[in-house]
Design a protein around this ligand. Sequence first.
Ligand SMILES: [Cu+2]
Length: 114
Amino acid sequence: MKNLLLLILIAFSVSGCRSEGPTQPVTSLAKTVQVDIIKFQFVPADVTINKGDTVIWVNQEKRQYHSVWFEQLAEPEPDYFFPGESYSRTFDTVGVFPYRCGPHPQMLGSVIVK
Ligand SMILES: [Cu+2]
């Protein structure tokens, strides 16, 4: 019983330390935003993030593969990714970045970086 109390005390003190966080490095402010791909749509189609953030696209389909292609950046189309797989990209430049799915041109989205 004493040991259990000690454990609880330790758990409380550890979580208490974490919530303070004045010494956290600036890089920890960068976040990751998820876009789901389901029923041939990017959900949400438009995301607004801050410079340095990452977007991860997760293929939530049952069978269908897709790609995330920033065609207007004159980049080659990246590999398709399959259900359960994901594609991610970090944005270090402010701007509006439209993209599409390679095999499905009607699938459109954009990343707005502030
Ligand atoms: Cu697609």
